[in-house]
Structure formats: structure tokens, C-alpha cells
Unconditional design. Structure first.
Length: 339
């Protein structure tokens, strides 16, 4: 076997069952296009872009790749304006997260685009299937960034796959190499959603300090909680451990309104706009100030991410490792059967 064809690759018209997670502010047209050109599905996160910036990012991605790519919208905020832009521009895949996708599914389908929806529980997965989505992303608790549920990938994926069949399932959370991709397929998924690994792609829009922290981290260096919630209240997330996180833990994990240093400006955007302590904004290129105090979103797969590489190489390496591992397992099975 020299390829991994699945229900997901057939649905999306891609060559390999890997989707680059939107990774929030770190997303770029260059990253999405590199993944799509490599045979996977690249994604743009446009929730926090201005409408003008969202349109420009979509058009730039279209200039860089003729292959399918997608956009992601977080339903904590109204997606109306940005969804309209994406559909006007002919984006073929729309991904939703953190809310009810049902009001938008028919509109996306009417524009001849496909709908993916990320869930954190079996109940959410059933609702997404009933809403008519084309694929369900089952996000395990190991995932970096904002985390919807409290069940591990190992358990959630097969549960969701059984509940929503024949709708394809994409496994998210803790997947950072080819072995994880192959494991996701064995669990009943049709593909993998990888975010933390692509933070270390050359094309990702992250501060150098952010990259260095991910490179130096292991699977034991992440923390799940609600510490960085200025801008997105009461939304659990997984970040790398830092001095800010440790002080928050030592104080008993206080909630918003009772944390030390609330309201302080700790960093600045390149245009001089302030970034407050406990903001949901990660360190971005050109930021100044105490960027170490910001949110270093990353999943437990940080322990598998140890090199900065072009996105296309990350994708090729992941698929090759999955195929090599599959070949090894097939050989062991054949040997066992003949013994």
C-alpha cells in the first residue's frame, strides 16, 4: 500500500487524510496552501480577522493553491459576515466549532461547499449529524487551544464513529506524527486533525518565543483550564505551562475577577495596541513586552513536535511514517499467522 485513501479523502477530494487545524491567529494563507498542495486539507481561521482581512486571506490562499482548502468559524461569535464572504469567494470547505451549526448547514450546501463541525462529546456529534454536516471532527481532551469536551481522543473517536456512521469522523487531539494518524484510522476515524505539530511549520504565524517554547516542551508541560479567558470567557483551553500559569495554580486557580494582575498591560501588538494579562491572544510576530506572560496554546502532542520544518515536509513525513508503520504491522500479522 502506498497511499491512505479513506472516506474523508474521497469526500474532500484530497490525497492524504490529514487536516491542518486552523490554529487561530497562527494561521496563514502560506500554511494552508502548503498543506493543500501537499495533498492534505489546509485551513484558515478567520473568526478574528476583519472582514476585509478574511477576504484577502482567502484570495491569497487561492492564488497559492488550486487544491481544496477550508475556513474555520467559531460560533461563540456570529459567523454571518465572514461566512458570507467565504461562500462568495468559493471556499469549498467550511468548518464550525463551539456552537450549533444547524442554522448554517443548508446555506453552505447551497453554495456547493462542505461542512465540518468539531465536537467534544457523543451528544454533540449526534446533533451535528442530525444537522446534516458532512464530517464530524471529534476533539479529544489532549488537544491544544480551546477544548470543547472532557473525554480523551482514544475513547471519544470510536464512540463518535459508531454513533454518526456513515458520516466520516476526523480525530483531533494528541496526534502529532504518523503513528497517531494510523491510530486514528484504527479507532474508526477517516482522518486526523493536527494543530500543535503545524505550529512548528515555517509558515505558521507565531512569535519566535512561542516556537522555542513548543520545541522545548514535553507531553507533561501542558495545563488545561480557563486562565486565558479575557476575550473568550468561560472557555476551557490547553496551554503550555508558564510562570503566569504556575502563579494562577498556586493561588488556587481563581476565576476571572479575582486573579492577580488583572487589567494589566503585559505586551503590545506591532501597531501599539495593548495586550492584557490573561488575554486569549497568543504571542504573535512583532509583539513586544512580556510575551512570556501570554497564552502558549499547545496540545499534549507537543512532546512529539521537535523540529521546525516546512509544512509540506511535515505532511510528507507524517504520511510516510503512517505507511511504514502499517507495513510493519502487516508484516508482523503475516508472520504471526504463518507461525
Amino acid at each position: 500500500m502506498d497511499r491512505l485513501e479513506t472516506a474523508l479523502t474521497r469526500l474532500l477530494g484530497i490525497d492524504v487524510p490529514v487536516i491542518q487545524a486552523p490554529i487561530g491567529s497562527a494561521t496563514t494563507p502560506e500554511l494552508a496552501a502548503a498543506v493543500s498542495n501537499g495533498g492534505g486539507l489546509g485551513m484558515l481561521s478567520i473568526t478574528w480577522m476583519s472582514p476585509e482581512a478574511a477576504r484577502a486571506a482567502i484570495r491569497r490562499t487561492q492564488e497559492l493553491t488550486p487544491r481544496p482548502f477550508g475556513i474555520n468559524l467559531v460560533l461563540e461569535w456570529s459567523p454571518e459576515e465572514r461566512l458570507a464572504i467565504a461562500l462568495e469567494e468559493g471556499v469549498p470547505v467550511v468548518s464550525f466549532f463551539w456552537g450549533d451549526p444547524s442554522p448554517y448547514v443548508s446555506r453552505v450546501h447551497d453554495a456547493n461547499a462542505l461542512v465540518l463541525h468539531s465536537v467534544g462529546s457523543v451528544a454533540e456529534a449526534r446533533a451535528a449529524k442530525d444537522a446534516g454536516v458532512d464530517a464530524v471532527v471529534a476533539q479529544g481532551w489532549e488537544a491544544g487551544g480551546h477544548v470543547r469536551g472532557a473525554v480523551t481522543t482514544m475513547v471519544l473517536v470510536p464512540r463518535v464513529a459508531s454513533e454518526v456512521a456513515p458520516v466520516p469522523v476526523v480525530a483531533a487531539g494528541g496526534i502529532g506524527d504518523g503513528r497517531g494518524l494510523l491510530a486514528a484510522l484504527a479507532l474508526g476515524a477517516s482522518g486526523a486533525w493536527m494543530g500543535t505539530r503545524f505550529l512548528l511549520s515555517e509558515e505558521a504565524r507565531v512569535h519566535d518565543v512561542y516556537r522555542e517554547r513548543v520545541l522545548a516542551s514535553t507531553e507533561e508541560d501542558t495545563v488545561y483550564g480557563t486562565i486565558f479567558d479575557v476575550g473568550w470567557p468561560k472557555a476551557p483551553h490547553r496551554v503550555l505551562r508558564s510562570e503566569t500559569v504556575e502563579r494562577w495554580e498556586e493561588a488556587g486557580r481563581p476565576s476571572s475577577g479575582s486573579r492577580r494582575g488583572e487589567g494589566e498591560t503585559v505586551a503590545w501588538f506591532p501597531d501599539g495596541a495593548p495586550v492584557l494579562r490573561y488575554s486569549d491572544v497568543p504571542p504573535l510576530p512583532g509583539m513586544t513586552g512580556d510575551v512570556e506572560a501570554l497564552a502558549f496554546y499547545a496540545g499534549q502532542s507537543a512532546g512529539l513536535a521537535n523540529r521546525v520544518r516546512p509544512a509540506a515536509e511535515i505532511l510528507r513525513e507524517t504520511v510516510k511514517e503512517a505507511l511504514d508503520e502499517l507495513s510493519r504491522l502487516s508484516g508482523e500479522k503475516a508472520s504471526s499467522s504463518g507461525s
